[in-house]
Design a binder for this molecule. Structure first.
Ligand SMILES: [Zn+2]
Ligand SMILES: [Zn+2]
Length: 111
């Protein structure tokens, strides 16, 4: 694709092809891919806009097992790795509590 002086193709926001005005609320226009005729409030000229969306979904199976902490069986087991700490083999509920504990510990450590 050739870039002319005003970059108005495949942009994050609607960009007026006449004056280059960027619409910061592009998502408010239309509700499907064809946004129709839009009037630029900067230069007053009208142009057609379309939205190029590509939404994809992917899924992956949750792991089931026994929580290391509360010993609940056949529950979703999660692992967590981040800069504040890590855990593995905890159910969602225990994982959440552990995440809070790690976060608190981390905040205390940088104080
Ligand atoms: Zn304009
Ligand atoms: Zn648990």
């Amino acid at each position: 694709m050739e870039c002319k002086d005003i970059n108005h193709e495949c942009t994050d926001e609607i960009v007026c092809p006449f004056c280059g005005q960027e619409f910061t609320d592009s998502w408010e226009y239309g509700d499907d891919e064809a946004l129709g005729l839009i009037e630029c409030d900067e230069c007053g000229k009208s142009f057609y806009a379309s939205r190029e969306v590509s939404i994809t979904y992917s899924t992956r199976k949750a792991n089931y097992g026994t929580c290391k902490n509360c010993k609940d069986e056949n529950v979703v087991i999660e692992s967590y790795h981040s800069s504040i700490g890590r855990y593995s083999g905890l159910c969602v509920k225990c994982g959440r509590a552990e995440k809070q504990r790690l976060r608190k510990k981390y905040i205390d450590s940088i104080r």
